[in-house]
Design a protein around this ligand. Structure first.
Ligand code: HPA
Ligand code: ZN
Length: 336
């Protein structure tokens, strides 16, 4: 009888894989479209939700980039991020490391400084009002070329104090990590942590490249790493964090059925998996719903849930002292 989903909801946790543009709920999309006088290709909120049927990553990305066009001012980015932080806090999230896609906005003429100002303002509000801490990870769009990514890193330099890391997202197949070696060298030279989406649709080789060529600190998704025992051994030996996104995997057909989700197998293999929501407005729920969905399908034990939640802190970019403090809070909540 899956009760662990409720148990998971009440534990303090970190979210490590969340695209802020993917938290744009249709209601806010329409409100911002009105505010900015932008036409949407949908008559109403119900029609937007009805369009969220995907058979692969690209189907989703096409609609996700459409929706992001309503984000124009720093206030829009503030409202977007604060809405996410409130939903996350309601699911027990006390720390979030969120992705944003500057190129989706700069190519429409929205300056990167406007995007970052809005996000930073929401981070400050969330810290004060919700006690929720957060970090920003700038993602490069892998369907664009590496020089465009390097130019984006250059544009971000004046705002470096607000950034923690660099990531790689968008269309994975045909755009291997090896395409971004110079960009990642530059990101590390800027003092940034590095993560990359790998093994969501792409083969295990892309995960090897993310490790060996991009020297990442975390792998986002990583599902297809399970096809390669040597890679699994490497990830386990290094204690590499995988930011797994169960509802995303189901919606994008990375898994055919939640009962077949590899989350338990990952833990059994000694992999440091975490549970995250990816693009919650598009995939059917925030981190609490992701825990509930895998728990309903796999009947996770309280010990497994606790491991997943502990991994979210030990895999975060918080300081050791902050991680220790959160782990004590997890232990206290487990016995409460
Ligand atoms: N995969 C790749 N790119 C993305 C995703 C994802 O799940 N969400 C937003 N950009
Ligand atoms: Zn993602």
């Amino acid at each position: 009888m899956p009760i662990a989903g409720d148990f998971a909801r009440r534990l303090p946790k970190a979210e490590l894989h969340l695209h802020i543009e993917g938290s744009l709920e249709p209601e806010l999309m329409f409100a911002l479209a009105r505010r900015n006088r932008i036409a949407l290709p949908f008559p109403n909120v119900e029609a937007v939700r009805a369009a969220y049927e995907f058979s692969r990553l690209q189907d989703f990305l096409d609609i996700y980039y459409q929706g992001a066009r309503v984000l124009v001012t720093d206030e829009d980015f503030h409202d977007l991020a604060l809405a996410y932080f409130r939903k996350a806090a309601a699911d027990g999230v006390v720390h979030a490391e969120i992705f944003f896609d500057p190129q989706t906005h700069t190519e429409r003429g929205v300056p990167i400084g406007v995007v970052i100002a809005g996000l930073v303002s929401a981070q400050k509000t969330a810290a004060v009002e919700l006690g929720l801490t957060s970090k920003l990870i700038l993602c490069l769009l892998r369907h664009l070329d590496e020089d465009a990514g390097i130019a984006t890193l250059r544009e971000a330099e004046p705002y470096l104090e607000h950034l923690t890391g660099v990531g790689l997202d968008s269309s994975e197949l045909g755009h291997p990590p090896s395409k971004f070696v110079r960009a990642y060298d530059r990101a590390r030279a800027m003092g940034l942590k590095t993560v990359a989406h790998a093994g969501e649709e792409g083969p295990p080789e892309y995960v090897w490249e993310a490790l060996d060529l991009l020297k990442v600190d975390r792998i986002d998704h990583g599902n297809r790493a399970l096809e390669d025992p040597a890679l699994v051994a490497r990830l386990a030996a290094e204690g590499m964090t995988l930011t797994v996104c169960p509802l995303s995997n189901l919606k994008l057909c990375v898994v055919d059925d939640m009962a077949l989700h590899p989350l338990r197998r990952m833990l059994d293999l000694g992999l440091k998996a975490t549970v995250n929501s990816d693009d919650p407005a598009f995939f059917g729920g925030y981190v609490g719903a992701n825990f509930t969905a895998v728990d309903d399908a796999l009947d996770l034990t309280p010990a497994e849930i606790t491991t997943l939640v502990r991994n979210s802190f030990t895999g975060s970019f918080l300081s050791e002292a902050q991680v220790s403090k959160h782990l004590v809070a997890v232990d206290n909540a487990v016995v409460a």
